[in-house]
Ligand binder design. Sequence first.
Ligand SMILES: C[S@@+](CC[C@H](N)C(=O)[O-])C[C@H]1O[C@@H](n2cnc3c(N)ncnc32)[C@H](O)[C@@H]1O
Length: 215
Amino acid sequence: MRQVLGNATVELAAAEFAALRDRHAGLLLDLGAGDGKHALAVARARPDVLVVALDASPDGLRRAAARGAAKPARGGVPNAVFVWAAVEQLPPELAGVDEVHCLMPWGSLLRALAGPDPAVLRSLASACAPGAGLLITLNLHAWRPPVPEVGDAPEPTPETALATLGPAYAQAGWALTGADRPGAAELAALGTSWTKRLGSSRAELAVLALRGRLA
Ligand SMILES: C[S@@+](CC[C@H](N)C(=O)[O-])C[C@H]1O[C@@H](n2cnc3c(N)ncnc32)[C@H](O)[C@@H]1O
């Protein structure tokens, strides 16, 4: 898989990744990791978990990847790996993921998760271990007015999301178990840069959290 290391992009061999995975108790995938801040924060808080921050655009990852690659005494985070890949083409060596986070997806990632796209949901499921947890936070402003990626799907709400999205997720092996509007404190704790950006520019911060599990 293509690993972002500061300004460089290197090939991380499957065996090297597997060895890294084996040294950790768990594997968390941050899909559409953006600037990598959430991934770094999770990796710092949970040193026993290997955190893979994956994004289709490598440039946003570079600063966090450089920070993570520093020596631990200088704030480095050895359990964070930054990967350049699109969700539509997940690296085949990414396997046994125990937890997936996808915060504020946009573009084709939003289309895949909110559409949803059964092929992407299935491929994500096949990268995961049974029982893997799923957390998606959707920026509801994508429906206000609707961006092309959400098509004519109505804005999901805590009351409707499980009924409208649940069946497609279930067909791909995912059980959606909850949908709620996370509070400001929970969003701040996630460390996504996007809620900060939205919070500063909009009167209402409209986010829907979808929670689930691989059956
Ligand atoms: C709004 S940003 C959110 C970034 C980060 N999760 C956060 O909350 O700060 C959406 C991210 O999704 C990434 N993205 C869009 N389409 C993608 C795809 N098909 N596969 C992987 N990442 C994708 C973009 O490059 C971008 O970094």
